[in-house]
Design a protein around this ligand. Sequence first.
Ligand code: BES
Ligand code: MN
Ligand code: ZN
Length: 490
Amino acid sequence: MRISVVNGTIETSDVDTVIVQHFVGEAAPSGATGALDSALRGAIADVIASGDAGGALGSTTVLYPRGAVSAERVVLVGLGPTQGFDAEAVRCASAGAARRGRELGARSVASVVLGAGVGGLDVGSAAQATVEGMRLGLYDFDRDDAFEAFSLVERDEARVEAVEDGVRWGEAVAEGVRLARDLVRRPANVATPEHLADVARGLATDHGFTLTVGDRAWAEERGMGAFLAVAQGAGFEPRFLVLEHDPTAGRDAPIVLVGKGVTFDSGGLSIKGRQGLAGMKEDMAGAAAVLGAMGAIGRLRSPRRVIALVPATENVIDALAYRPSDVVRAGNGTTIEIISTDAEGRLLLADALVHAATYEPRAVVDVATLTGAVETALGSLACGLFSNDDALAAALIASGERTHERAWRLPLWAGYRDRLTSDVADLKNSSGKGGGGACVAAAFLERFTTYPWVHLDIAGVRSVERTEGYRVKGPTGFGVRLLVDWITRA
Ligand code: BES
Ligand code: MN
Ligand code: ZN
């Protein structure tokens, strides 16, 4: 889809469909919507006055201009109440309008910059949110976009540059989310560790990143016994990806992103049941988010040095698969008693977190579908956030609010760590009964960190059961927008 910015008026747009807006309780259409209403001799004002278009967020009313303007149809989209209005409302409204347009067979679409100037929303952010909502709301797995052309129409020439910037950001971020959603949707026989490596190769070519694809021997050289234990029973060969964006030629301390890349989690010998197995191709959603974020960072030519680490393997069983009671050694020498082979994510993350230290990072953020417990605690409204650094935690939480990929902080108390003491090793990988599974898992990870660090447990937010706003049924791509917002402000 071609996305462009037009300095002009919506009522003269030469497209088949135009999108305009109104708020709950707004008596008469104003701004660009008002100008179109005048061209339509009050048709929009009438439909609002009739009460048929109440302005509810994401609701749509279609009007037919009958030659009064060149567009075949007008989609009037509700932005909800002005009270509490924000960029999230724009994303939801834009998705609703775009999907209605698609249903009606729209090919060329022009939209006003939804919500610009309302509730303190600057025009650039409004443009970005409009594009994000449209692109993400139209997301359809491995299929091309619905529209041939989409333009944002801005009357005021002084604001065009800000709109163009917003569009550029919205496109980059939406493209990153699309990549993440595609990867998570792909079945585990397609989205193998080598497939993740292929995707990373594509990103490296497109954006000039440096890529290292580590295999078993590479991991052995680095003493990654915890990662290799998980991979021991794997049929598809494991890969450890190191993808670097460095516009600073090594001068800056990097931000390191770590993504859990378990391409299928059977639980190993501590095997999951029928129910538990069902969604486990999605256990690489953290890796997908990190790769999607790297794509956006590359497209935006961010001046930040960022390194992505993706330990990728399936967690399945053959005769040599690792067992409960095995003792393994992570890259920093820490020995781990395996209690459950289903607590595999923390093992491969342990080696990735140890490896991250070699870059002397200014901050490390890991993203992982780590525990069912976090889904129990927070559902799909927020990921769990754990951190050893209050300022870093606050920065990520703020990015989560802005992007509406919300993160809720949970504790890293010593009492959780104490539940991991082992009789035969430095620690064990699962505490068994006692609850607080997400906190215990985070306490395990903390043992391998030596720098400011945030852990995001995204098990509960990795996908949604039904379409709502710009979150289309299936994988959400959660983390891409949050990470990009944070990195570009860090
Ligand atoms: N990949 C799972 C976590 C998960 C569960 C993600 C449900 C998405 C939906 C993880 O590897 C796992 O199995 N965790 C166990 C840990 C337990 C064995 C200590 C869990 O949460 O039950
Ligand atoms: Mn598991
Ligand atoms: Zn897992």
